[in-house]
Write a protein that binds this ligand. Structure first.
Ligand code: ATP
Ligand code: MG
Length: 553
């Protein structure tokens, strides 16, 4: 047995444990089968962690297979981004990448086998007629007039389909199962259709393409998959999955098991909807940091470990539910709280002049990179002029306001205690400068004077800070379930992105690596953008859960 500590338990793993114990299987072989018609999203991460996680824990194998039977919607860019995302999440697939399109020749010969057995036929009903013949959930369907064409004739017709002798939509190949079945998927489902389109892998070799239900089970069997894990909407399709494998000459009989898909509040999880957002310019691309895509979360500052942790926390069940955004955010907050170095940044600056500090003096103060963990130190230049956050100063305030108040003292994080003496305002009454004095004896964590100054605020040197663009994000949609809206685009949050063009940052941040996360003290977690040439930081998540507040508002 593999090491069982720290392993999740769920009903799928229980089935696998049973299959290994009974000797039904000697080892596990799973697969992750995305269709390359968009970028992967956090829902796919759930499936990736499940499939690759099982392979890791049971010392089994997991394939990456592109389920590429819809060439119109697919693209090689998606093929590439999906590989990148799976690797970034920390998983490795077994051997070469698989493509359903690699099996087009074999799939074709299995279709021929079904025709020869009298279990498939070429049907010339128009789509409207076919709909009428299909029946409804309460009424059985009717047999197609082409259902009893002889195998010989069907073989010739299918050959002609393959050779491009029919027009698109003129005919299809259907499995001959049962037009009265209570499972609609068994009412003579289409297994091949004609499409005169170029395929990103097979070029112009084919003008007939197999349908998902026919392709998926055979691909699983050809790859020796033991457990074919998919989401609940494929429950009925399992009948067809099993029917196909029982009726062709193939050894392996993988078991399809369904689990509930991930739904996350305040976002959408369908690739079609995500594609709409991209195409309509409502976001900057598939990797926009507001998108629930893996690439978007990555750019936002999520780490692979935080996403894996999220998938662990949500677990695997058969219950459909909606997961709160706060749950995803808690995972990255926990990660960064522990692993992100601290830094100081001022987003809405107001200038402070420390009148008793020399104009040409620059002191390099050292500051720990983490309050509790050993993460080294960095230098902070301290100068006569500094910036603090505008909201950290008030002319008057009660005791609850533990920041800088006119006539009172506050401690500058990692530096001195200062006292606000007077202010200067512009004609409109906006404060332009706060004049202060500092106390040279108050440097360090335990100042010798024992003075009790409750408030601590962050700051940067006005002359030595660097400027950067900081992007503040809010939820992309205004409602918990945008997919339920008639037009989901009407529920977009118009304020989901606020760009601060000239935030003031401590100089050490100039060396930040792309995707490196920091806690900007007292503000939240930020990560250096991985696309912009100029120094740019994306807000990853706030210091505290802000979602609970939204619910009540
Ligand atoms: P979408 O609705 O986003 O287009 P899909 O099911 O069409 O999703 P695929 O590329 O076919 O996308 O998905 C690949 C694998 O990921 C499938 O096994 C699918 O069941 C799984 N998957 C997709 N979305 C989710 C989700 N929200 N939660 C869990 N698994 C998912
Ligand atoms: Mg799918």
């Amino acid at each position: 047995m593999a090491d069982t500590e720290n392993r999740p338990t769920n009903f799928i793993r229980n089935i696998i444990d049973g299959d290994l114990a009974s000797g039904k299987h000697a080892s596990t072989h799973t697969r992750f089968p995305p269709e390359p018609n968009g970028f992967l999203h956090i829902g796919h991460a759930k499936s990736i962690c499940l499939n690759f996680g099982i392979a890791q824990d049971y010392k089994g194998l997991c394939n990456l297979r592109f389920d590429d039977t819809n060439p119109e919607k697919e693209d090689i860019d998606y093929v590439n981004s999906i590989q990148e995302d799976v690797k970034w999440l920390g998983f490795e697939w077994d051997g070469e990448i698989c493509y359903s399109s690699n099996y087009f020749d074999k799939l074709y010969s299995y279709a021929v086998e079904l025709i020869e057995k009298g279990l498939a036929y070429v049907c010339f009903l128009s789509p409207e007629q076919a709909r009428e013949y299909r029946g409804t959930l309460t009424e059985p369907g009717k047999n197609s007039p082409h259902r009893d064409t002889s195998p010989e004739e069907n073989l010739a017709l299918f050959e002609k389909m393959k050779n491009g002798e029919f027009k698109e939509g003129e005919c299809v190949l259907r499995a001959k199962i049962d037009m009265a079945s209570s499972f609609m998927v068994l009412r003579d489902p289409i297994i091949y259709r004609i499409r005169f389109v170029h395929h990103h892998q097979t070029g112009d070799k084919w003008c007939i393409y197999p349908m998902y239900d026919f392709t998926h089970c055979i691909s699983d069997a050809l790859e020796g998959i033991t457990h074919s894990l998919c989401t609940l909407e494929f429950q009925d399709n399992r009948r067809l999955y099993d029917w196909v494998l029982e009726n062709i000459s193939i050894e392996c009989q993988p078991q399809q098991i369904e689990f509930s898909r991930l739904n996350l509040e305040y976002t959408v999880m369908s690739k079609r909807k995500l594609n709409d957002l991209v195409v309509n310019g409502q976001v900057e691309g598939w990797d926009d940091p507001r998108m629930p895509t893996i690439a978007g979360l990555r750019r936002r500052g999520y780490t692979p470990a935080s996403i894996r942790e999220f998938c662990k926390r949500i677990g695997i069940t058969k219950q459909d539910n909606m997961v709160e955004m706060g749950m995803l955010e808690a995972c990255i907050r926990d990660d960064l709280n522990e692993n992100a170095p601290r830094a100081m940044a001022v987003l809405d600056p107001v200038k402070i002049v420390i009148e008793n500090y020399d104009a040409d003096q620059v002191e390099m103060l050292s500051a720990p990179n983490h309050p509790t963990l050993e993460m080294g130190e960095r230098e902070l230049p301290f100068t006569r002029e500094i910036f603090i956050e505008r909201e950290d100063f008030r002319v008057e305030a009660n005791k609850k306001f533990k920041r800088l108040v006119l006539g009172k003292e506050v401690r500058l994080r990692n530096a001195y205690v200062i006292k606000a003496e007077r202010i200067e305002e512009d004609d409109a009454g906006n404060i332009t400068t706060i004049y202060c004095t500092y106390d040279a004896d108050t440097l360090g964590k335990n100042p010798a004077d024992g003075r009790k100054v409750k408030g601590v605020i962050h700051w940067v040197s006005a002359s030595h800070c660097i400027e950067a663009e900081v992007r503040q994000y809010d939820r992309l949609f205004n409602v918990p379930n945008p997919a339920a809206a008639e037009d989901f685009a009407t529920t977009l949050n118009p304020d989901s992105l606020v760009v601060i063009a000239n935030a003031k940052l401590e100089p050490s941040l100039a060396k930040a690596n792309a995707e490196q996360g920091f806690q900007f003290e007292r503000l939240g977690y930020y990560s250096r953008d991985n696309k912009s040439e100029a120094l740019t930081f994306n807000q990853t998540v706030g210091l505290r859960d802000s979602w609970a507040k939204i619910e009540k508002a």
